[in-house]
Design a protein around this ligand. Structure first.
Ligand SMILES: NC(=O)c1ccc[n+]([C@@H]2O[C@H](COP(=O)([O-])OP(=O)(O)OC[C@H]3O[C@@H](n4cnc5c(N)ncnc54)[C@H](OP(=O)(O)O)[C@@H]3O)[C@@H](O)[C@H]2O)c1
Length: 114
Protein backbone atom coordinates (compact mmCIF):
# COMPACT_ATOMS: atom_id res chain seq x y z
CA UNK A 1 0.00 0.00 0.00
CA UNK A 2 1.28 3.46 -0.89
CA UNK A 3 0.99 6.31 1.59
CA UNK A 4 -0.78 8.41 -1.02
CA UNK A 5 -3.56 5.87 -1.16
CA UNK A 6 -3.83 5.26 2.58
CA UNK A 7 -6.91 6.07 4.64
CA UNK A 8 -5.50 6.59 8.11
CA UNK A 9 -6.76 7.10 11.66
CA UNK A 10 -4.06 8.64 13.84
CA UNK A 11 -4.48 9.39 17.52
CA UNK A 12 -2.57 12.02 19.52
CA UNK A 13 -1.66 14.72 16.98
CA UNK A 14 -1.45 17.78 19.23
CA UNK A 15 2.30 17.45 19.73
CA UNK A 16 5.37 15.19 19.53
CA UNK A 17 5.52 12.02 17.45
CA UNK A 18 1.86 12.19 16.45
CA UNK A 19 2.14 15.71 15.06
CA UNK A 20 5.24 14.78 13.03
CA UNK A 21 3.53 11.62 11.76
CA UNK A 22 0.53 13.69 10.71
CA UNK A 23 2.74 16.08 8.73
CA UNK A 24 4.50 13.15 7.06
CA UNK A 25 1.24 11.45 6.09
CA UNK A 26 -0.34 14.61 4.70
CA UNK A 27 2.83 15.50 2.80
CA UNK A 28 2.70 12.08 1.15
CA UNK A 29 -0.95 12.35 0.19
CA UNK A 30 -2.66 10.19 2.78
CA UNK A 31 -6.16 10.94 4.01
CA UNK A 32 -6.13 11.31 7.78
CA UNK A 33 -8.73 11.48 10.52
CA UNK A 34 -6.96 12.41 13.73
CA UNK A 35 -7.62 13.36 17.33
CA UNK A 36 -6.29 14.68 20.61
CA UNK A 37 -7.98 16.10 23.70
CA UNK A 38 -6.58 19.56 22.91
CA UNK A 39 -5.41 21.28 19.76
CA UNK A 40 -2.00 21.94 21.29
CA UNK A 41 0.59 22.76 18.65
CA UNK A 42 -1.67 21.67 15.81
CA UNK A 43 -2.35 24.47 13.37
CA UNK A 44 -5.16 24.14 10.85
CA UNK A 45 -4.06 21.97 7.97
CA UNK A 46 -5.33 23.45 4.73
CA UNK A 47 -6.37 20.22 3.07
CA UNK A 48 -9.57 18.33 2.41
CA UNK A 49 -7.65 15.16 3.24
CA UNK A 50 -7.49 15.96 6.96
CA UNK A 51 -10.07 16.05 9.71
CA UNK A 52 -9.36 16.76 13.37
CA UNK A 53 -11.57 15.67 16.26
CA UNK A 54 -11.05 17.00 19.76
CA UNK A 55 -11.85 13.91 21.79
CA UNK A 56 -10.58 11.42 24.35
CA UNK A 57 -9.90 7.96 22.90
CA UNK A 58 -9.91 6.35 26.34
CA UNK A 59 -13.69 6.82 26.25
CA UNK A 60 -15.11 4.00 24.03
CA UNK A 61 -18.00 6.02 22.53
CA UNK A 62 -15.59 8.81 21.58
CA UNK A 63 -13.13 6.30 20.09
CA UNK A 64 -15.96 4.80 18.08
CA UNK A 65 -16.95 8.25 16.85
CA UNK A 66 -13.42 8.75 15.56
CA UNK A 67 -13.43 5.48 13.63
CA UNK A 68 -16.93 6.06 12.30
CA UNK A 69 -15.90 9.45 11.01
CA UNK A 70 -13.04 7.90 9.02
CA UNK A 71 -15.11 5.09 7.54
CA UNK A 72 -17.93 7.46 6.67
CA UNK A 73 -15.67 10.05 5.03
CA UNK A 74 -13.24 7.66 3.34
CA UNK A 75 -15.45 4.66 2.70
CA UNK A 76 -13.11 2.43 4.69
CA UNK A 77 -9.92 2.38 6.70
CA UNK A 78 -6.42 1.10 5.82
CA UNK A 79 -4.19 2.10 8.74
CA UNK A 80 -4.86 2.70 12.42
CA UNK A 81 -2.01 4.35 14.35
CA UNK A 82 -2.60 4.33 18.08
CA UNK A 83 0.07 6.93 18.77
CA UNK A 84 -1.70 8.15 21.92
CA UNK A 85 -1.27 4.59 23.19
CA UNK A 86 -4.66 4.60 24.82
CA UNK A 87 -7.26 1.92 24.44
CA UNK A 88 -10.23 1.52 26.72
CA UNK A 89 -8.46 3.15 29.62
CA UNK A 90 -5.36 0.98 29.37
CA UNK A 91 -1.99 2.58 28.74
CA UNK A 92 -0.26 0.47 26.09
CA UNK A 93 2.71 1.09 23.90
CA UNK A 94 2.65 2.74 20.48
CA UNK A 95 1.25 0.47 17.79
CA UNK A 96 0.14 0.46 14.20
CA UNK A 97 -2.41 -1.81 12.54
CA UNK A 98 -2.90 -2.08 8.82
CA UNK A 99 -4.87 -4.44 6.64
CA UNK A 100 -1.73 -6.48 6.03
CA UNK A 101 -0.35 -6.67 9.57
CA UNK A 102 -2.02 -7.81 12.73
CA UNK A 103 -1.48 -6.60 16.25
CA UNK A 104 -3.44 -8.14 19.09
CA UNK A 105 -4.11 -4.92 21.00
CA UNK A 106 -6.94 -3.41 19.03
CA UNK A 107 -9.65 -0.89 19.54
CA UNK A 108 -12.92 -2.73 19.31
CA UNK A 109 -14.33 -0.08 17.06
CA UNK A 110 -11.46 0.13 14.61
CA UNK A 111 -10.49 -3.42 13.77
CA UNK A 112 -13.71 -4.44 12.00
CA UNK A 113 -13.01 -1.84 9.36
CA UNK A 114 -9.47 -3.03 8.54
N1 LIG B 1 8.97 10.29 22.48
C1 LIG B 1 9.68 9.17 22.61
O1 LIG B 1 10.91 9.17 22.77
C2 LIG B 1 8.99 7.82 22.53
C3 LIG B 1 9.75 6.65 22.63
C4 LIG B 1 9.10 5.43 22.55
C5 LIG B 1 7.75 5.35 22.38
N2 LIG B 1 7.02 6.49 22.29
C6 LIG B 1 5.61 6.39 22.10
O2 LIG B 1 5.21 7.22 21.01
C7 LIG B 1 3.95 7.80 21.29
C8 LIG B 1 4.01 9.31 21.19
O3 LIG B 1 5.04 9.79 22.02
P1 LIG B 1 5.16 11.33 22.32
O4 LIG B 1 6.45 11.52 23.04
O5 LIG B 1 4.92 12.11 21.07
O6 LIG B 1 3.95 11.54 23.36
P2 LIG B 1 3.29 12.89 23.90
O7 LIG B 1 4.16 14.05 23.62
O8 LIG B 1 2.86 12.62 25.29
O9 LIG B 1 1.98 13.05 22.97
C9 LIG B 1 0.88 12.20 23.14
C10 LIG B 1 -0.24 12.67 22.21
O10 LIG B 1 -1.39 11.87 22.47
C11 LIG B 1 -2.48 12.71 22.85
N3 LIG B 1 -3.29 11.99 23.82
C12 LIG B 1 -2.91 11.49 25.01
N4 LIG B 1 -3.93 10.89 25.62
C13 LIG B 1 -5.00 11.01 24.78
C14 LIG B 1 -6.34 10.59 24.87
N5 LIG B 1 -6.81 9.93 25.94
N6 LIG B 1 -7.17 10.85 23.83
C15 LIG B 1 -6.70 11.52 22.74
N7 LIG B 1 -5.44 11.93 22.61
C16 LIG B 1 -4.58 11.69 23.63
C17 LIG B 1 -1.83 13.98 23.40
O11 LIG B 1 -2.64 15.12 23.22
P3 LIG B 1 -3.67 15.67 24.35
O12 LIG B 1 -2.94 15.70 25.66
O13 LIG B 1 -4.04 17.02 23.83
O14 LIG B 1 -4.82 14.73 24.32
C18 LIG B 1 -0.63 14.11 22.46
O15 LIG B 1 -1.03 14.71 21.24
C19 LIG B 1 3.54 7.32 22.69
O16 LIG B 1 2.70 6.21 22.53
C20 LIG B 1 4.83 6.89 23.31
O17 LIG B 1 4.60 5.87 24.25
C21 LIG B 1 7.62 7.73 22.36
Amino acid sequence: MKLEEARVVLTGVSRGVGLELLRLLLYNGSRVVACARNKGELTDADTSRFQFHMLDVSDPPQAKRLINSATKNFGGLDVLINNASVTHGLKLTFWIVTRTTYFPYSTRSGIPFL
